[in-house]
Design a protein around this ligand. Structure first.
Ligand SMILES: [Cu+2]
Length: 118
């Protein structure tokens, strides 16, 4: 009986190992996918990069690296974020092609642009 059970035990361990390997792969792919999404850094009252060029369907993330609050206001998309404190993020998915201007709601002289291509 032990001999008939043992191969099953080995198979189960292999399956487990494969499952763990697969989940590790998913984590790695998740990181790659996240890195492939677009990020705009706010630093020293500046959005960078601008313009940011992305493809339709991309989620853009703004992150505030300043030590004062900033916000994202994009009239074309009717998007208005809450003020972002230091290291806060705001995300917006761009579903249509076009050129989208945005400003900081707290400092309207801060301009940025997202260019969305097909
Ligand atoms: Cu600002």
């Amino acid at each position: 009986m032990d001999r008939t059970l043992e191969p099953g035990g080995v198979a189960r361990r292999q399956l487990l190992r494969r499952a763990l390997g697969a989940s590790a792969l998913v984590v790695i792919l998740g990181r790659v996918a996240r890195a492939a999404e677009a990020e705009i850094v706010i630093d020293n009252f500046t959005f960078a990069p601008t313009p940011l060029t992305v493809k339709v369907g991309t989620t853009v993330t703004w992150v505030n690296h300043d030590d004062i609050p900033h916000s994202i206001v994009c009239p074309d998309l009717k998007v208005k974020s809450h003020p972002l404190d230091t290291d806060d993020v705001f995300t917006c998915k761009f579903e249509q092609a076009g050129t989208f201007e945005y400003i900081c709601g707290l400092h309207p002289h801060m301009h940025g642009q997202v260019v969305v291509g097909a």
